[in-house]
Ligand binder design. Sequence first.
Ligand code: PLP
Length: 429
Amino acid sequence: MNTKNSEKLYKKGCVHLVGAVNSPVRAFASVGGNPLFIDKAKGAYIKDVDGNKYIDLVLSYGPMILGHRNNKVEKSVSQALKKGTSFGASTNAEIKLAKIVCDAFPGMDKVRFVNSGTEAVLSAIRLARAHTGKDKIIKFSGCYHGHMDAMLVAAGSGLATLSLPGSKGVPSQAVENTLISEYNNLESVKAHFEKHDDIAAVILEPVTGNMGVVQPSDAFIKGLRALTKEKNALLICDEVMTGFRSQFGGAQELIGIEADITCLGKVIGGGFPVGAYGASDEIMNNVAPLGGMYQAGTLSGNPIAMAAGISTLTALKNKNPYKQFEKVAEQIEEMLLSSAKKHGVALKVNRFGSMINPFFTNKEVTNFADAQTSDTEKFAQFFWAMIKNGVFLPPSQFEAWFLSTEIKERELEKLAVAIEKSMEMVSSI
Ligand SMILES: *Cc1c(COP(=O)(O)O)cnc(C)c1O
């Protein structure tokens, strides 16, 4: 495989960019080698600067659920471009996207658009504190909620991949109100509530993607909902990854709970930088200009990004691809498990809707500690074998693979061949 141009750009990029990337997950830190540089993409495929073409299961870490350069999205964006790119004043597009989002989540009357998932979460946490008058937040180890100070503890994939326990530069005061519990362990949450009476909220990924795909048990998630109600704490579902991806109404719809505050991002921007947080009128009316909780953004609700969001969500609503995603994911699971078995590779597969994760371990993965039993070297070998066989995967054992609606019969056949060849390479090393 020729990667000369990527290598050249990597060297050049290292001069004025940090590690030649603008987000550490894009560095190939845990799989070795240099990151690939991308030239362009269309539908299910992405092409690097050396002309190598891959089936894309990264999809920009989730947003490109309709595949790249969807016709309808491209058209809506170019129409919006002709009217101007930013006004610092409200537009009808924001109202339209707000209606689509609020209609999808039963508990949500109002929404505020921001520019990233990180911003959505940091605002949601401020809102939970403003609403309850309490300070402490419970998060789960292995869940990632963006890079705000208070959430950068036990924070899943990016940090796990780089073997960082947290982040330098986070003052201890910034995390002293953050309590850590174990995913799928309700007792570990109850213990905090017994000790502290100033817990504002519990935040979680209702299905995780940032320690790999892990589903909550029914008892855990329903118990969490009941417990937070009983203790007058808010339940924040961080659906930045799962919103409009697991199901139109997010993971909440599939697992049958209703959050007090929902955080969104990734898919709602259709490939542009959009995040959002939403809740009932009662909670959202705390936000300025209606209430005393300040949160603002020069480019928030940007008209180009709103256009991409509206056309992406409208296409998803019309297509309703969620049953199909389930079928495709099931087929990929079957490919992975049968190849692993044939070649004597220890493998567990977790999946939820259009997110799927092979863990190179014998252990069922129900929390972050289980995920960490994975053989990350085997994953690295598998990752490069897949690249050589034309499949672009997230360069981390702890990151979900994402499906787009463009994965069809032809791509599934190619995936089956690539998986089989790659598993054979892993087993022979
Ligand atoms: C990606 C992600 C975030 C952060 O979103 P950014 O847009 O990268 O800031 C937060 N929470 C979850 C669950 C995510 O997957």
